[in-house]
Design a protein around this ligand. Structure first.
Ligand SMILES: Cc1ncc(COP(=O)(O)O)c(C=O)c1O
Length: 396
C-alpha cells in the first residue's frame, strides 16, 4: 500500500514514540530516570556505544529528551533539536556556541528581560552587541557590522506584540555570513515556522505554551543537524541539558498542543477584538485588531492561517485605583508571572517585567501604567469576553 500523507496534527502524535534500542512500543512514553546505563559487554562494546552516540550518561544523552526532541524537530520542520533545563538554558548555550570574544551580536531591544541581561553579561566575555527596534527592519540591517555573527530576536515582542520580519532578516544575516536565531516562545510553530522562512535556529521556552500546563521548566533549540551537533557538544560541557521528568511531561503535553494552540489563538482573536470595541480600552496590541501597525507583516508571517499566537496586551486609562478594581473584579483571568498556560493569566509590565527600565524607555516601548499583558488560555471565548467586559466596568 502507498504511504499516505497525513496532517501535522496527526503525525505529531506518533513522532518520538520509539525508544532507540527498545523493541516494545508502549502506548504512553516510558520514563527513564536512570542517570547512567549498563553498557553490557567489553571494551569494544563501550567503544561502540560512544562512537554510535548510544545511551551512556544522563547529561550527554537520555531517551526522554530524545523523544521530546523528535516531536519538536517535527513540529518546527528542522533536522534535530537539543532539549535544555530551561528557555534561558537554551538561549545561553546557543549564544555561547556561536559567539566568541571579538564577535558582534545584533539583538532586539524588546527581548525577554533576562535575555537582555544575558547579552549584557556576554560583553564581559568580549562579545559586543547592538540593541535595535526589530519592528524597523532597515534599522536592524544598518546595525550589522563585518564582525556580526548572530542576529537574535523574538517573533513577537513582549508586551506590545511587535513583529520581526524573519524572512527579510534571514537574508540580511546570511549576506553577512551571520546566523539568524529566533525565540519563538510567544507564538509557537503552530503560528510561525521560523526555519521554513530562513531562521537558522529556533528557540522555545517549553515552559510556556508548548507544555501549557504550568508544571515544567524546559527549553529547546532546533535547526540543522550540523548546527545542533555543535550546540549539543556545548550543552554537555555547560551542563544545561533538560531534566528527564520534565522532558516526559512536555512530550506528553505536546500531544494536545495543536488543540490547545488553535483554541487559545481563536480566543485571543475574539478577546482582542472585543477589547478593541470596549469604550474603556485605549489601545489593543494584537495583529487582528483593525488598527494594528504591522498588518502586512502579520499576513506574511502568520500565513498558515491557524492564528497569530495567544499573547496580547491592552491599555486602560492610567488610574491605579480603577486598575486595581478591574483586577479584583476579574473572575477567570488572574495574575501569574508566567505565560502560555491553559488558563488565561495577566501580567502588568510596568510593575513586573519592565519595572527597572527608565521612564523614557518604558514610554518609547509603549509600556504605560495602564498596559496589561494577557496570555490567553483555552476557556470558552464568550466567557473570557464576559469576564473582561464586566471587569472593565470598574472604569464606568
Ligand atoms: C520569550 C521568552 N523567552 C525565554 C524565556 C525564558 O524561559 P524559561 O523561563 O523557560 O527559562 C521566557 C520566559 O518568560 C520568555 O518569555
Amino acid at each position: 500500500m502507498d504511504k499516505m500523507n497525513f496532517e501535522r496534527e496527526t503525525n505529531i502524535l506518533y513522532k518520538g514514540d520509539r525508544v532507540k534500542g527498545c523493541d516494545i512500543v508502549p502506548e504512553a512514553a516510558p520514563l527513564f530516570l536512570a542517570s547512567a546505563f549498563d553498557i553490557a559487554g567489553d571494551l569494544d562494546d563501550v567503544n561502540s556505544m560512544y562512537e554510535n552516540k548510544g545511551y551512556t550518561y544522563i547529561r550527554t544523552r537520555n531517551p526522554n529528551r530524545h523523544m521530546l526532541a523528535d516531536k519538536i524537530t517535527y513540529m518546527e520542520n528542522g533536522e534535530d533539536s537539543a532539549i535544555f533545563s530551561s528557555g534561558m538554558g537554551a538561549i545561553q548555550t546557543v549564544l555561547f556556541t556561536f559567539l566568541k570574544g571579538g564577535d558582534h551580536l545584533v539583538a532586539s531591544d524588546t527581548l525577554y528581560g533576562e535575555s537582555i541581561e544575558l547579552i549584557e553579561i556576554m560583553k564581559e566575555y568580549g562579545i559586543d552587541y547592538t540593541f535595535v527596534d526589530f519592528s524597523d527592519t532597515q534599522a536592524v540591517k544598518k546595525a550589522i557590522k563585518p564582525n556580526t555573527k548572530v542576529i537574535y530576536s523574538e517573533t513577537a515582542s513582549n508586551p506590545c506584540v511587535a513583529l520581526t520580519d524573519v524572512e527579510e532578516l534571514a537574508k540580511a544575516a546570511h549576506e553577512n555570513g551571520a546566523l539568524l536565531i529566533i525565540d519563538n516562545t510567544f507564538v509557537t510553530a503552530y503560528a510561525v515556522r521560523c526555519l521554513d522562512i530562513g531562521a537558522d535556529i529556533v528557540i522555545n521556552s517549553l515552559t510556556k505554551f508548548i507544555n501549557g500546563h504550568s508544571d515544567a521548566l524546559l527549553g529547546s533549540a532546533t535547526g540543522s543537524k550540523e548546527l545542533i551537533e555543535k550546540v549539543l557538544t556545548r550543552q554537555s560541557i555547560f551542563g544545561t541539558a533538560g531534566g528527564t521528568f520534565s522532558a516526559w511531561l512536555v512530550q506528553r503535553s505536546m500531544q494536545t498542543l495543536s488543540l490547545r494552540m488553535k483554541k487559545a489563538m481563536y480566543n485571543a482573536d475574539k478577546l482582542a477584538n472585543a477589547l478593541y470595541e470596549n469604550p474603556h480600552v485605549i489601545k489593543v496590541n494584537y495583529p487582528t485588531v483593525p488598527n494594528y501597525a504591522q498588518k502586512e507583516l502579520a499576513k506574511k508571517l502568520f500565513k498558515n492561517g491557524y492564528g497569530c499566537g495567544a499573547m496580547l496586551s491592552f491599555e486602560m486609562p492610567d488610574d491605579r485605583a480603577k486598575i486595581n478594581e478591574f483586577m479584583k473584579r476579574l473572575q477567570i483571568c488572574h495574575y501569574a508571572p508566567t505565560l502560555g498556560g491553559v488558563r488565561t493569566t495577566m501580567s502588568h509590565p510596568a510593575t513586573s517585567s519592565h519595572r527597572d527600565l527608565p521612564e523614557e524607555q518604558k514610554k518609547a516601548l509603549g509600556i504605560t501604567e495602564g498596559l496589561m499583558r494577557i496570555s490567553v488560555g483555552i476557556e470558552e471565548a464568550e466567557d473570557l469576553i464576559k469576564d473582561f467586559t464586566q471587569a472593565l466596568k470598574a472604569f464606568d
